[in-house]
Design a protein around this ligand. Structure first.
Ligand code: DNO
Length: 350
């Protein structure tokens, strides 16, 4: 397992040198953030980013994300141009040595929370998703954005895109995804870049928009569309685990033994009775997921892909990008490293 850490580039309040100081850190997970969604990332920008990462003695192996233009998800005729651009991005990133590209196929919104700074009992703040808060939110009335999103919309822009989705139900979205995959996966195969779709977060429809990368049946369906190792998953424990119908350990076991997980996002969440959830520290007793069992399952199946500690709380007075501070994610990284080292040592004693 290769430990990695998300970094938002030189504008990130978290310095890359600090990430380097986390023991066992191997690769950075990053992206080009100042090119509009759907456009080709200029090769010079990719080169520059790679050089910055390598100067910090870290690998430039994982991109999160190359975002998918909304016209592709909507299946509009203009999608062909964006799909060609997407293929070019895969080629250019492969040229720079990138091994895995993470992306998602969520209509309009990426990961969604209802509050970014909920104070927990210990005084830390965290991201939460409370169903009663969500019911009161009307994305068409206000501007909604999260710190990790690749794009956010104005009120007018949102109304327009919601309107376009009126004719796209789940089956139509599957069709549009199928068209996209059948175009891009052959390029990924040729370039030896593993594509890794991120599950929908939360894994069910919100604001009346369709969501399909949500549960075991749909993950099976996704993998069969193009049955290639290059058509794989980013298995995000917190996203899939935020619905009680998903058994995360089972999903990790199934898809890692099929060699279809290329990137793991590991974090814990506490599921509440009404289906709401709070993000917690990684340590298993803090949440509803058994992180040791998840890592143990990956280890048993010989998983050698990338792992990153996902969102952290804000602790020790840190301020910055909600979910993406340094301290709690670094604690998560060391917790994961401790589990992996223990498993490795127990294994060598057999
Ligand atoms: C949230 C992230 C997601 C992820 C995208 C992948 O923190 O895991 O925003 O990057 O869904 O495209």
């Amino acid at each position: 397992m290769k430990l990695s850490f998300r970094w938002y580039g030189t504008n990130d309040p978290v310095k890359i040198q600090y990430i380097r100081q986390i023991p066992s850190m191997y690769s950075i997970v990053t992206a080009i953030y100042d090119v509009p969604v759907g456009e080709v990332w200029p090769p010079e920008k990719i080169k520059e980013l790679k050089a910055t990462v390598e100067a910090a003695d870290l690998m430039f192996d994982v991109i999160e994300s190359v975002p998918v233009h909304e016209d592709i998800k909507l299946g509009l005729p203009s999608r062909e141009k964006y799909i060609e651009n997407y293929k070019q991005n895969i080629r250019n990133l492969a040229e720079a040595g990138v091994k895995v590209i993470c992306y998602n196929f969520m209509p309009v919104f990426d990961w969604t929370r209802t509050q970014l700074d909920k104070t927990l009992k210990d005084g830390s703040t965290t991201l939460v998703y409370y169903k009663d808060q969500l019911e009161k939110m009307d994305p068409l009335k206000g501007e909604l954005s999260l710190p990790g999103w690749d794009s956010s919309y104005t009120k007018e822009g949102l109304a327009e895109v919601f309107d376009k989705y009126k004719s796209v139900d789940e089956e139509a979205l599957w069709k549009n995804l199928e068209h996209f995959l059948k175009e891009i996966i052959p390029v990924a195969e040729e370039c030896k870049v593993k594509m890794a779709i991120h599950p929908d977060d939360p894994p069910y429809s919100i604001f009346g928009l369709p969501r399909i990368i949500t549960n075991e049946g749909n993950l099976d369906r996704f993998l069969k569309i193009v049955d290639s190792e290059y058509n794989g998953l980013t298995l995000c424990t917190g996203s899939l685990g935020s619905a009680s119908f998903n058994d995360v350990v089972r999903l990790v076991d199934k898809y890692s033994s099929m060699n279809r997980i290329h990137f793991m996002h590991i974090r814990n969440i506490k599921l509440l009775e009404d289906g709401s959830f709070e993000e917690t520290a990684h340590y298993s007793p803090c949440g509803s997921l058994d992180i040791v069992k998840i890592v143990q399952t990956l280890h048993k199946n010989g998983f050698d892909g990338y792992v990153r500690p996902d969102h952290g709380r804000m602790i020790w007075g840190e301020t910055g990008r909600a979910g993406y501070g340094l301290y709690d994610r670094a604690l998560g990284a060391m917790y994961l490293t401790g589990i992996i080292e223990t498993l490795d040592k127990l294994d060598s004693k057999k």
